[in-house]
Design a binder for this molecule. Structure first.
Ligand SMILES: [Zn+2]
Length: 511
C-alpha cells in the first residue's frame, strides 16, 4: 500500500497523528521577531507550550530554523511535535517548501511512526493554495519512493519503511481551503504514481527492461485509457527507412521497437514528445571505457529515461483528462558491440535523407532521436520536444541541479514557465550558427560527433536541429538529472523521474 494522504482542518492537539511537524523560519536568540509574529498568527492551531519550547531551543542554540533542520519537541508521551527549519524568510520559495516536505516525510519514515501530520501555515503558501497542497502531495510521495521490486526480502512497502508508515495528514489552518486541498492531493497522487512507475522502469535492469518489455508497458496503458498505440518492429523500421534506429540496434539480439503512443484529449495539432529509449548503452564498438576506478558502462540501463518519462506524461494526461493532443514517440533499442554492429566511418541515410557519417558509435542517442524527430513530422505537430540522457557533458555544464535545454525561443520560454511552477530546473544553452561547422562531414552531410572535446551538450542539440525542419522544437538533456547516486532533495538514489512534471505542466499550459 502506498502512503495515504489526508487533508484536515484539525489543530495540532486534535490530530491523531503520532508526530506533528511544524515549520519555523530561521531566527536567533536576540531577534525572535519571526517567532513572535508566527506565534501570534497561529495561536489557535499551535499550543503555546510548543512555541515556548521552541524559544528554549533557540536560546540553547539547539534549533535555529535553518533550512531542513529538524528537532523534536516532546509535549507528552503521546504527543510529539517536531520543529522543522524553513530557512531564511527572504529566501523561502516553493522549491524550499518541496525540500522541507521531503525532509519531513523521510524523517517520519525513519522515526517509524504510523502516521504524521504537517501543519501548513498560510504564510508558507507562496504559490496559490492548490499548487502548495499539490507540491506537498508530490514531494511526499516522490520522497518516500524506494525501488524494491527485485528484493526477495527487506521490502520497503512502497516507501512506507517496511509498511509501518501509513498516513500523512496535511493540517490546514484556513478551513475554506480543505476542499481545494483534497482536490490538489488527488492530482498529486495521480502524478506521483505515474512518475514512480517511470522510475521503476528506469531502475529495472536491462535484462528485464528490454525494448519489448517497455513497448509492452506502453501497450498496457491502451487497455486502461483511450489511447492509440503503434509499434514498429525490425521489419517495419527497415521498410520505413528509419535507418539510424536500425543501425544503432544492429549489434543487439534485442529487437528494436519504435513505439508511438497517442493521447487525444483535444482536436488541436499534436504536441510531439520524443524520448530516447536506449535500454542499454555499452557504447557499441566504441565500447565505454573503464576510467580509473569507475566503469562508465555502469548504470547505462537508465539511458531510456527519456522514453520512460514520455510514457508517464501520456499516462498523467490520460488520468487527469487534460485538454491536449500529445503523441509520444519512443525509439527503443540496445547499443551493443557485435559483428553486425554499425561502425565508425559508416555513412547512414537518415529517415529524412540526410547522410550521417558515424564518428563515434557511443553518440547513438542523437541518431535514434534524429529518425524519430524526422518521423514525427508526418503528424504535422504544433511543436516538438525531445528529452534524452544525451551527454555526460550536461553535468559539466550545470551539474545535477538542473537540465540543459536548447531550441526554438518560443518553446524554450514556455518550458521555463513550466519549470518555475514545478521546480524542475532547466538552463538554456545557445545553438549559435557557428557551432554547425563542428559537425561538418567530409564525405557525408553531417558527422554524429565532433572528435575533439568542445561544447558536448550543445553538439547534441546542433545535431538534432537538422531533423526538426521548421517545427518549433526544444531539446532537453537530462543526462545529469535522470538518475542520482545519493538522495537529493525529494528524490532517492536511482531514477528521479526528472522532467515528467515539467512536461505535464508545459502541455497543460500550451496554447
Ligand atoms: Zn552512448
Amino acid at each position: 500500500m502506498a502512503i495515504n494522504i489526508i487533508v484536515s482542518g484539525k489543530s495540532i492537539l486534535e490530530t491523531d497523528a503520532e508526530a506533528v511537524y511544524v515549520g519555523f523560519f530561521q531566527t536567533d536568540e536576540k531577534d525572535l521577531k519571526e517567532l513572535k509574529e508566527f506565534a501570534k498568527n497561529v495561536s489557535k492551531c499551535i499550543p503555546s507550550q510548543v512555541i515556548a519550547k521552541v524559544k528554549e531551543l533557540i536560546a540553547a542554540k539547539k534549533f535555529e530554523g535553518k533550512k531542513k533542520q529538524i528537532y523534536p519537541v516532546y509535549l507528552s508521551d503521546k504527543k510529539l511535535v517536531v520543529a522543522v527549519g524553513l530557512g531564511k524568510k527572504e529566501e523561502y520559495n516553493s522549491y524550499v517548501f518541496r525540500q522541507v516536505v521531503s525532509c519531513v516525510s523521510k524523517n517520519a519514515r525513519d522515526r517509524k511512526v504510523k502516521s504524521y501530520a504537517f501543519f501548513l501555515d498560510n504564510n508558507w503558501v507562496r504559490m496559490n493554495f492548490e499548487a502548495t497542497a499539490q507540491a506537498f502531495g508530490e514531494s511526499t510521495l516522490l520522497s518516500l519512493y524506494k525501488f524494491d521490486k527485485l528484493k526477495t526480502k527487506d521490502k520497503n512497502g512502497n516507501g512506507s519503511g517496511n509498511g509501518i508508515l501509513q498516513t500523512a495528514e496535511l493540517l490546514i489552518e484556513d478551513k475554506k481551503n480543505i476542499d481545494p486541498g483534497k482536490k490538489a492531493i488527488l492530482v498529486a497522487q495521480q502524478i506521483a504514481e505515474c512518475i514512480n512507475h517511470a522510475r521503476d522502469l528506469i531502475n529495472l535492469p536491462p535484462n528485464i527492461a528490454t525494448p519489448k518489455y517497455i513497448a509492452n508497458e506502453a501497450k498496457e496503458l491502451v487497455k486502461k485509457y483511450k489511447l492509440k498505440f503503434t509499434v514498429l518492429g525490425r521489419k517495419e523500421i527497415e521498410k520505413n527507412n528509419l535507418n539510424l534506429i536500425k543501425a544503432v540496434s544492429s549489434g543487439s539480439n534485442e529487437e528494436a521497437q519504435f513505439v508511438i503512443l497517442e493521447y487525444n484529449g483535444s482536436n488541436k495539432a499534436p504536441i510531439c514528445l520524443v524520448g530516447k529509449g536506449i535500454t542499454y548503452d555499452s557504447g557499441g564498438l566504441n565500447l565505454k571505457p573503464y576510467v580509473g576506478s569507475s566503469a562508465s558502462m555502469r548504470n547505462m540501463k537508465s539511458d531510456m529515461a527519456g522514453a520512460a518519462s514520455m510514457i508517464a506524461v501520456i499516462e498523467i494526461a490520460a488520468r487527469l483528462r487534460l485538454s491536449a493532443h500529445i503523441i509520444a514517440l519512443m525509439p527503443l533499442c540496445e547499443n551493443m558491440p557485435d559483428g553486425k554492429s554499425y561502425r565508425c566511418d559508416d555513412v547512414i541515410k537518415a529517415y529524412n535523407g540526410i547522410n550521417v557519417e558515424i564518428t563515434n558509435t557511443d553518440a547513438e542517442g542523437r541518431l535514434v532521436l534524429a529518425d524519430a524527430l524526422a518521423y514525427a513530422q508526418k503528424y504535422k505537430p504544433a511543436c516538438l520536444i525531445d528529452a534524452a540522457t544525451l551527454t555526460g557533458a550536461a553535468s559539466v555544464a550545470v551539474g545535477y541541479m538542473g537540465a540543459c535545454v536548447m531550441g526554438s525561443k518560443e518553446i524554450v520560454e514556455k518550458l521555463k514557465f513550466a519549470s518555475k511552477d514545478t521546480d524542475e530546473r532547466i538552463w538554456e544553452l545557445p545553438l549559435w550558427e557557428e557551432y554547425a561547422e563542428l559537425l561538418d562531414s567530409k564525405i557525408g552531410d553531417l558527422k554524429n560527433s565532433n572528435e575533439s572535446s568542445g561544447p558536448g551538450t550543445i553538439m547534441g542539440g546542433i545535431f538534432l536541429k537538422n531533423f526538426v525542419e521548421k517545427t518549433p522544437w526544444a531539446h532537453i538533456d537530462i543526462a545529469a538529472t535522470a538518475t542520482t547516486e545519493k538522495d537529493v532533495h525529494y528524490t532517492e538514489s536511482g531514477a528521479t523521474g526528472f522532467g515528467i512534471r515539467l512536461l505535464v505542466e508545459f502541455v497543460k499550459k500550451y496554447r
